[in-house]
Design a protein around this ligand. Sequence first.
Ligand SMILES: Cc1ncc(COP(=O)(O)O)c(C=O)c1O
Ligand SMILES: Nc1c(O)cccc1C(=O)C[C@H](N)C(=O)O
Length: 407
Amino acid sequence: MTTLTIPDHLLALDARDPLAHKRGAFHLPRGVVYLDGNSLGALPRGVPERLARAAQTEWGEALIRSWTAGADAGQDWMALPDRVAAKIARLIGARPHEVAVGDSTSVNTFKVLVAALGVAQPGRRVILTDADNFPTDLYVAQGLNALLGGTLELRRVPADDIEAHLTEDVAALLLTQVDYRTGRKLDLEAITAQARAQGIVTVWDLAHSAGAFPVDLSGAGADFAVGCGYKFLNGGPGAPAFLYAAERHHAAAPVAISGWMGHADPFEMARDFTPAPGARRFVAGTPMVLSLSALDEALDVFADVDLDALRAKSLSLTDTFIDLMEPLAARFPLTLVTPREHARRGSQVSYRHPQAREVMTDLIQAGIIGDYRTPDILRFGFTPLYHSHADVWQAARGVQAVLEARA
Ligand SMILES: Cc1ncc(COP(=O)(O)O)c(C=O)c1O
Ligand SMILES: Nc1c(O)cccc1C(=O)C[C@H](N)C(=O)O
């Protein structure tokens, strides 16, 4: 990649960036500007050593004793999902016992949809969702409906029309806060309040929110949520996902996958399911110790991070990219699809381009790793923990070079 003269005002922003030191906590390959942390977060430097310890010492040496070793101090493998849950809880405005960690976001979406329908107003059968929601959310709702003999109605409307469709026949609202294609951010607080006023149970997919900016599920009065461990939380490929269940629902919400690890006392080996206290009841099977260890270590990078500073930096990075791309959008067939209003923007910037797939292939070849999403979206994700404004400059110059070469 060519060395470029970075404008002074961007260097000045980097010089006073309170999160600049966090970049050192990540392994970032040379010659690459990595703008896909909203699909797979970069590797935190502490993770390889932690994985080696989990494999060689905890598994290799201590063997099965690791399930209970250090239990008095809460350091046993058995409690690992709960320790990780507590770290995620701070990022999403939850209390530790309202978060369960394990399985994939897809499986957790199934669990919380069943839970949501179980506490919904009697007689209501409609699940309301964004017509362009991420496919897995739609597929899981479709699969659940098939399981229930087609007794539900999956009502899909454009995200902009959701508020007009919060009617008294809706049981549950299933929404992704930040759209994976456009980066549009929904007003979680306002929509949750309107839904609750109609007696609708809310289920939020925080895949592109958790770790990107502060979320306040408790403050908003949200009912249920899910999210990924491998995006902005940097837990690694296939990292365990999380789910959130507000405390007020713990007693009544059904546990769809009532496995032994969600039992109040797994080794009692009782014949009937007695749920563990809190959201732990949603941890169905044996915790994925190796991947939980990676996620646990990755979350430590957030320990001293001020989430408002994280949001401020994310907006500064995406503002900078939009500004730098503006002259290119005037010369080339690029259309910004991400909202300019801060309140409506996640931590990514997307453009339509008629040859988006080919342009992204060229960009990746040039070391600018973003994403292509059907049908014509160029997607650039910004991670405030490890990006600088200088990276943003390099990315925009890389886009310019690719577009000029193709013209
Ligand atoms: C909004 C959203 N939900 C869910 C998922 C993924 O779910 P899973 O972890 O089950 O692959 C993604 C990304 O893959 C996503 O963007
Ligand atoms: N989860 C993914 C995977 O297993 C392979 C490739 C990409 C992904 C993704 O995360 C896609 C992502 N949710 C998106 O927003 O497009």
